[in-house]
Design a protein around this ligand. Structure first.
Ligand code: CP
Length: 337
């Protein structure tokens, strides 16, 4: 599938060939993301950014990505600041806002809501997370990061061994990522979660039907012992009926430097979609890992800008035009790293 003019609603839209093309475009975005030069390729275009659930990195990195391509961003943050609270439908909201924008990114708490919105939109819509369902751009940036991390070890994604840890029932990032990895060969998945927060059965069935290995365990030490990548996740408190119910699971699978040294192979890469819950009763990924060179969490967030720039450029048909509109920056680049 060529994503020119398309909505991006699910990872199931992708195959290996279009992921490769997208990642080639993402690679060309590095000098712009590092502010070594700028481009005006999307000058005059407007991104409608609708976030009806809290977000730090998805909202801001999508906005930065559009700005870095020369476009403008108009944000609506929180259902309470939109007319959805007055009973306006997703259909009407989509009809109206797609008249103001060239492309829309939307996050909403209801599974399926972004697809419903997209069906009424006159411009492409990118799913920034729909409840516990999917988060396709996160899965793409995670895969991009995994390729980069594994390339550093002279490995690819085929034959990867990955442990996904935490709230696998409600975590939309693991739902999307596991299904995207399905496109590769011979993946060994280890799902570490309490039984009540296990990966949905239909996803496990899909992975196994595609020929991958799935092991499910509640034993963290066993689960992370023999893998290339640990993908830790947060207990998704906002998806539980009450905070007390979420508290039963909080802090159950903590990874810190001691656990890493005791149980993991020394080259194991540590990933997390973030936010990590750093409160004392959760602390699923300890700050004492911050200097561990295999902690890839901030490489993931940096890569998010590259991949989101590539998504926009590809949807709007300028993936190969970015350099043609490049010019030097006019300020002193004082960034460190
Ligand atoms: N990973 C992710 O979706 O983070 P935010 O909720 O901060 O956007």
């Amino acid at each position: 599938m060529n994503i020119l003019g398309s909505h991006i609603l699910s990872v199931q839209q992708f195959d290996r060939a279009n992921i490769e093309s997208l990642f080639q475009v993402a690679d060309t975005m590095r000098p712009y993301a590092r502010r070594e030069k700028m481009t005006t390729v999307l000058q005059g275009a407007i991104l409608g950014s609708l976030f009806f659930e809290p977000s730090t990195r998805t909202r801001v990195s999508f906005g930065c990505a559009f700005n870095l391509l020369g476009g403008e961003v108009r944000e609506t943050v929180g259902i309470e600041s939109s007319s959805l609270t007055k009973g306006e439908s997703l259909y009407d909201t989509a009809r109206v806002l797609s008249g103001y924008s060239d492309l829309i990114v939307m996050r909403h708490p209801q599974p399926g809501s972004v697809a419903e919105f997209a069906s009424a939109s006159r411009v492409p819509v990118v799913n920034g997370g729909d409840g516990a369902n999917e988060h396709p751009s996160q899965a793409l940036l995670d895969l991009f990061t995994m390729q980069q991390e594994m390339a550093g070890k002279s490995r690819g994604i085929d034959n990867l061994r990955i442990a996904m840890v935490g709230d696998l029932k409600h975590g939309r990032t693991v739902h999307s990522l596991s299904q995207l990895l399905c496109l590769y060969r011979n993946i060994s998945f280890v799902f570490v979660s309490p039984k009540a927060l296990a990966m949905p059965e239909e996803i496990v069935d899909r992975l196994m039907a595609a020929g991958h290995t799935v092991v499910e365990t509640e034993d963290l030490a066993v689960g992370i012992a023999n893998v290339d990548i640990i993908y830790q996740t947060r207990i998704q408190e906002e998806r539980f009926a009450s905070k007390e119910e979420a508290n039963q699971y909080r802090g159950r699978f903590r990874i810190n430097q001691y656990a890493y040294s005791q149980f993991c192979q020394p080259s194991t890469v540590i990933m997390h979609p973030l936010p990590r819950d750093s409160r004392a009763d959760a602390n699923e990924l300890d700050n004492d890992l911050n200097d561990n060179p295999n902690l890839a969490i901030f490489r993931q967030t940096d890569n998010g800008v590259l991949v989101r720039m590539a998504i926009f450029a590809s949807i709007l048909g300028v993936g190969k035009e970015v350099d043609r509109y490049a010019r030097p920056i006019s300020w002193k680049n004082v960034r460190k790293g």
